[in-house]
Design a binder for this molecule. Structure first.
Ligand code: XUL
Ligand code: CO
Length: 438
């Protein structure tokens, strides 16, 4: 089989002084960080949709990038060419995982039975490639937002017939995920939300989403899927209001409907910022609830109000992300680059440049997060900051052995408490800069 990315060889680590555009400058897979090689800390994944399907189309213009890979688009030959391109791409970058939606893999037919037949064919071909290369599937999902039938959502749709199509797609996507040995299965509720409450029964819709998820868990477990289900929260876009607004909302939903044992979060940086949080915030909320599962590694643009899905270059953000991941003891999922090159970056080399940027940014984030933890000043300060709960009245509070009356009497005896001690925010922001730039 002929090479698709002829101008690009295997991407090597060359170090920070190298000016080679097609080399890693920080991602050194075997370098040990906190007792583990970088590549084990950072199981990177390629997003089938952005990398192999998206051509740079936007609301104002047709695509700028050629993703035909030598085949006629809309054919099974093209679907196979994308598999060839994808595996060559991942091998050249040393990426061990991929993520996919059903419709990323094959052209969707009018009849779902034909689409499923095509999916069987392509997944056989993918399995062959996986055996040859040792590349694995991180997670699969069903695209339940692109087809016009899902205009009012999938689990949240007003149409029971459409609901059945969503169920059929989930069933097939789970079959594929299991066939390809995927570690996880994602629900991104793209159109699970509403435009106006004037036509929407929110409670009914949320209960129906939970029903669909419960059926997915039952089916998945029945066919031997032992991995995690994930919710990928996002507050808006395409809908004005989406039910999985952020990690806290999604975790509450999972607990309410008894799904919290089977699900974790797949946190996407640009979704967290759309919800008005930092990326780190949603990672922390997931982690403290034991639900930090996987990560969609990208970044948004603070000047734009939508999901720009940019390759991450902000090292401050990736450091804070890796700080959360290290503190969590790692993640069972991986780092999926749900990111696309900008419309004017339409060449094959640009595809590599995007991934090199993302992988280097997370490698730097890992190095710096480990330094922050090894430095210890932040951890020490946080420990000290809550010391008043380690003895006396504080110890009684956290052992649940006091009452409002006792606390009130204590406060009256004190008259006026001392101020709670400086938060030293500016000092610690300086510590982060010191670690980042020493
Ligand atoms: C959309 C998004 C999706 C999910 C998978 O914003 O992030 O691509 O990751 O459906
Ligand atoms: Co995503």
């Amino acid at each position: 089989m002929s090479e698709i990315f002829e101008s690009v060889g295997k991407i090597q680590y060359e170090g920070a002084d190298s000016k080679n555009a097609l080399a890693f400058h920080y991602y050194d897979p075997e370098r040990m960080i906190m007792g583990k090689p970088m590549k084990e800390h950072l199981p990177f994944a390629m997003a089938w949709w952005h990398n192999l399907c998206a051509t740079g189309v936007d609301m104002f213009g047709r695509g700028s990038a050629d993703k035909s890979f030598g085949a006629k688009e809309g054919t099974m030959e093209h679907a196979k060419a994308k598999v060839d391109a994808g595996f060559e791409f991942m091998e050249k970058l040393g990426i061990e995982y991929f993520c996919f939606h059903d419709v990323d893999l094959v052209p969707e037919a009018d009849d779902i039975k034909e689409t499923n037949r095509r999916l069987d064919e392509i997944s056989d071909y993918m399995l062959e490639k996986m055996k040859e290369t040792n590349i694995k599937c991180l997670w699969g999902t069903a695209n339940m937002f692109g087809n016009p039938r899902f205009m009012n959502g999938a689990g949240s749709t007003n149409s029971a017939d459409v609901y059945c199509f969503a169920a059929a797609q989930i069933k097939k996507a789970l079959d594929l995920t299991v066939k390809l040995g995927g570690k996880g299965y994602v629900f991104w509720g793209g159109r699970e939300g509403y435009e106006t409450l004037l036509n929407t029964d929110v409670k009914f819709e949320q209960e129906n989403i939970a029903r669909l998820m419960r059926m997915a868990v039952a089916y998945g477990r029945s066919i031997g899927f032992t991995g995690d289900f994930y919710i990928e929260p996002k507050p808006k876009e395409p809908m004005k209001h989406q039910y999985d607004f952020d990690a806290a909302t999604a975790i509450g939903f999972l607990r309410q409907y008894g799904l919290d044992k089977d699900f974790k979060m797949n946190i996407e940086a640009n979704h967290a910022t759309l919800a008005g949080h930092t990326f780190q915030h949603d990672l922390r909320i997931s982690a403290i609830n034991g639900m930090l599962g996987s990560i969609d590694a990208n970044q948004g643009d603070s000047l734009l109000g939508w999901d720009t899905d940019e390759f991450p270059f902000n090292v401050y953000e990736s450091t804070m992300c890796m700080y959360e991941v290290l503190k969590n003891g790692g993640i069972t999922g991986g780092f999926n680059f749900d990111a696309k090159t900008r419309r004017p970056s339409y060449t094959k080399e640009d595809m590599f440049a995007g991934y090199i940027l993302g992988m280097d940014t997370f490698a730097l984030g890992l190095i710096k997060a480990a330094e922050l933890i090894e430095d210890g000043r932040i951890d020490d300060f946080i420990r000290e900051r809550y010391l008043s709960y380690q003895s006396g009245i504080g110890a009684k509070i956290i052992s649940d052995s006091t009452s409002l009356e006792e606390l009130s009497a204590y406060a009256e005896r004190l008259g006026a408490p001392d101020l709670p001690g400086s938060g030293r925010q500016e000092y610690f922001e300086g510590v982060v800069n010191q670690i980042l730039f020493h």
